[in-house]
Design a protein around this ligand. Structure first.
Ligand code: CP3
Length: 354
């Protein structure tokens, strides 16, 4: 089969899946479930295949990417796969000197602080990430009717790593640029929007059925600053991929006050963390969008009875929604018992079977 027709076959096979139906706010056979960070350290089979292989190296090996992406699908019977990669992969691919330090996260050798530093952020081309195209195509073939979610980091969250040089609690250097040199900031997030859009485009062209934009740390901002200094760049990303017609999910942590704006930026599905009940989130987002979320990841440490009680609370809050994709409020934590996740998938499927 030609590459083109193989991608079409993958998307056609997944078209009527519960996950894509929920994203489109169509009736579903059951509420679809997947988990942010479903691939990763909670799984012994992941720790085994990653042994001795640095995180970023693993993202550049299509066979490994395929295996790691499929692991949680096989084990948990989730309704979607999420592509195994990282938000900093496109930055590494254009030559930014960075690494992912275990237990820390992305660390950038020379932080971006000046106009001259912007020159290092050249546009991303599909030929910079051949391993992504190859892995997505391979995955779509193996997944059959299970949709593959592609993803990228949003301009603000990527900028925060580039400017701070690593993870931050205060984002002081990032905010110093936002408020102190808004022109430089606007140019920076505009370049990042182009890189992010190109990274999503590669995944969609190779066969991804949906995409999620992670603005994980946008919750650090007040709504007015988000609207004026961040939303235009994220909207540019959503606009750039709109013509593909695949659902676009927009997620951040601590974004209760930003939910309306995050929907307005161009998302079809708004991700909600555990702090805002889904019925209240729906009021903030307004009509015409599905919601994704939002069980507190920490509940998975509390035993089966508590998991069922709290999962039912999420389902009850979601009962009036037009479209609901069940997820955690943030990622699976590394010490989570994988059996608790498998059981949670079963529980949601059983309780919502129609
Ligand atoms: O299963 C999945 O969700 C798919 C793969 C995925 C990874 N990173 C793999 C990964 C996804 C979607 C991401 C996105 C990502 N990366 C985000 C947004 C999601 C979120 O959590 O808000 C962010 C902020 C990053 C940056 C990053 N990369 C962090 C903060 C870390 C964790 C550092 C640590 O060790 O605690 C990483 C590393 C990383 N990305 C791991 C995985 C499986 C762990 C690395 C390892 O196994 O050694």
């Amino acid at each position: 089969m030609s590459e083109r027709s193989q991608q079409q076959t993958g998307r056609t096979a997944a078209h009527d899946s519960a996950f894509l139906r929920a994203c489109r706010r169509e009736p579903v056979p059951h509420t679809p479930v997947w988990f942010m960070r479903q691939a990763g350290r909670s799984l012994p089979e992941y720790r085994k295949v990653r042994e001795g292989i640095p995180m970023l190296d693993s993202c550049m090996r299509p066979d490994l990417v395929t295996e790691i992406t499929l692991q949680p699908v096989r084990r948990h019977n989730v309704d979607a796969a999420i592509f195994y990669s990282d938000i900093v992969v496109p930055l590494k691919a254009i030559g930014i000197d960075l690494d992912i330090k275990p237990g820390v996260g992305p660390v950038v050798a020379e932080p971006v602080r000046t106009r001259a530093d912007l020159e290092r952020l050249r546009p991303l081309d599909a030929s910079d990430v051949p391993y992504v195209t190859e892995a997505v195509a391979q995955l779509v073939g193996e997944l059959g009717a299970t949709p593959l979610i592609g993803f990228a980091g949003a301009p603000f969250t990527l900028a925060s790593y580039l400017i701070e040089g690593g993870p931050s609690r205060t984002y002081e250097n990032t905010k110093a640029m936002m408020y102190g040199d808004p022109e430089l900031w606007a140019d920076l997030v505009d370049r990042l929007a182009g890189i992010t859009a190109a990274f999503l485009d590669v995944q969609i062209r190779a066969g991804a059925s949906a995409v999620q934009l992670f603005d994980s740390w946008a919750g650090a901002l007040a709504p007015a600053e988000y609207r004026d200094l961040v939303m235009p760049a994220s909207a540019k990303v959503f606009d750039a991929v709109a013509h593909h017609g695949v659902p676009r999910i927009h997620f951040g942590v601590g974004t209760g006050e930003l939910l309306g704006l995050m929907g307005e930026a161009g998302a079809d599905v708004v991700g909600v963390d555990w702090r805002v009940p889904l019925d209240e989130a729906a009021r903030r987002v307004g009509p015409g969008k599905a919601l994704q979320g939002n069980l507190d990841s920490a509940v998975l440490f509390a035993g089966r009875a508590a998991v069922e009680t709290k999962a039912q609370e999420v389902l009850d809050a979601a009962s009036g929604l037009e479209g609901h994709v069940f997820n955690l409020g943030h990622g699976v934590m590394p010490n989570t018992d994988p059996d608790a996740l498998t059981h949670l998938v079963e529980y949601v499927h059983e309780r919502t079977a129609r």
